[in-house]
Design a protein around this ligand. Structure first.
Ligand SMILES: NC(=O)c1ccc[n+]([C@@H]2O[C@H](COP(=O)([O-])OP(=O)(O)OC[C@H]3O[C@@H](n4cnc5c(N)ncnc54)[C@H](OP(=O)(O)O)[C@@H]3O)[C@@H](O)[C@H]2O)c1
Length: 223
């Protein structure tokens, strides 16, 4: 039902800057390209030889500032340790949509854990760094292989969206739907405090308990 209403309000194609050309960035780029969006990757060094493969696939590759400046939506797909530099390098992001797919991961005495929690979240930190932008926490909850092709499941995998800009949330829900997920409104950005630990549940299932890395979550309703 949610998916139908998001699709009914579908907007035209967008130019999306993906900051970070790694596993998540690549999956998002392929999915959104299939949905008709125009992708530009923001990378630390656009002249690096390693980006030739992206260009060969038809993707534009630019500095973070150029990529963000040319886009109306920006997806953050960098390691948490790089988030401060990455957001600072975007330049003026006032009025832009930012989809924050990062998880504030850190290695502690018990292995992989969250560096932030309970009274703050990575998403809220990104909002503080990205003055004037509308930041949404989403696309952080499952692995990149699900993002690459959210198909073949009995029901569309769920993807929660948390953000404070209620007026623009529908655009983000549309972008999430374009990747094949059922977007679910999770409330304001402080709900990132739940969505980041929720990602740890997926990581535990896959990295520790042997679930396939294509495993996904779905909120189901009894018929
Ligand atoms: N992997 C998953 O399945 C998954 C799922 C959900 C969420 N996440 C989150 O998504 C984020 C990315 O994960 P990933 O697995 O895609 O990591 P990854 O494969 O290591 O890719 C990260 C990319 O970010 C780039 N990068 C680093 N600093 C940058 C900067 N300042 N500007 C532009 N690009 C920069 C890196 O490029 P260089 O190598 O050139 O530094 C690399 O290409 C992380 O926060 C992770 O927690 C991951």
């Amino acid at each position: 039902m949610v998916l139908a209403s998001v699709r009914a309000k579908r907007r035209s194609s967008m130019r999306i800057a993906i900051i970070g050309a790694g596993a998540v960035g690549g999956a998002l780029a392929r999915g959104w390209t299939r949905a008709g969006h125009d992708i530009v990757f923001g990378v630390s060094d656009p002249s690096a030889a390693k980006h030739a493969a992206l260009r060969a696939q038809g993707f534009a590759v630019a500095s973070n500032r150029e990529a963000a400046g040319a886009a109306s939506a920006i997806a953050l797909a960098v390691p948490w340790a790089a988030i401060e530099d990455a957001v600072a390098s975007l330049g003026d992001v006032a009025g832009k949509l930012i989809l924050d797919a990062t998880n504030p991961l850190a290695f502690g005495p018990d292995g992989l854990s969250l560096a932030i929690g309970f009274t703050d979240s990575g998403g809220e930190q990104v909002q503080r760094l990205a003055s004037g932008a509308s930041v949404f926490k989403t696309m952080n909850q499952v692995g990149y292989r699900v993002m690459d092709a959210a198909t073949g499941y009995p029901t569309a995998p769920s993807m929660f969206v948390a953000g404070d800009d209620e007026g623009r949330k529908i655009e983000v829900m549309g972008l999430v739907a374009d990747l094949g997920f059922e977007p679910l409104d999770c409330g304001g950005l402080r709900m990132a405090r739940l969505l980041e630990p929720y990602a740890m549940v997926w990581i535990n299932q896959v990295a520790v308990r042997g679930a396939p890395d294509t495993s996904a979550f779905a909120l189901m309703h009894r018929r």
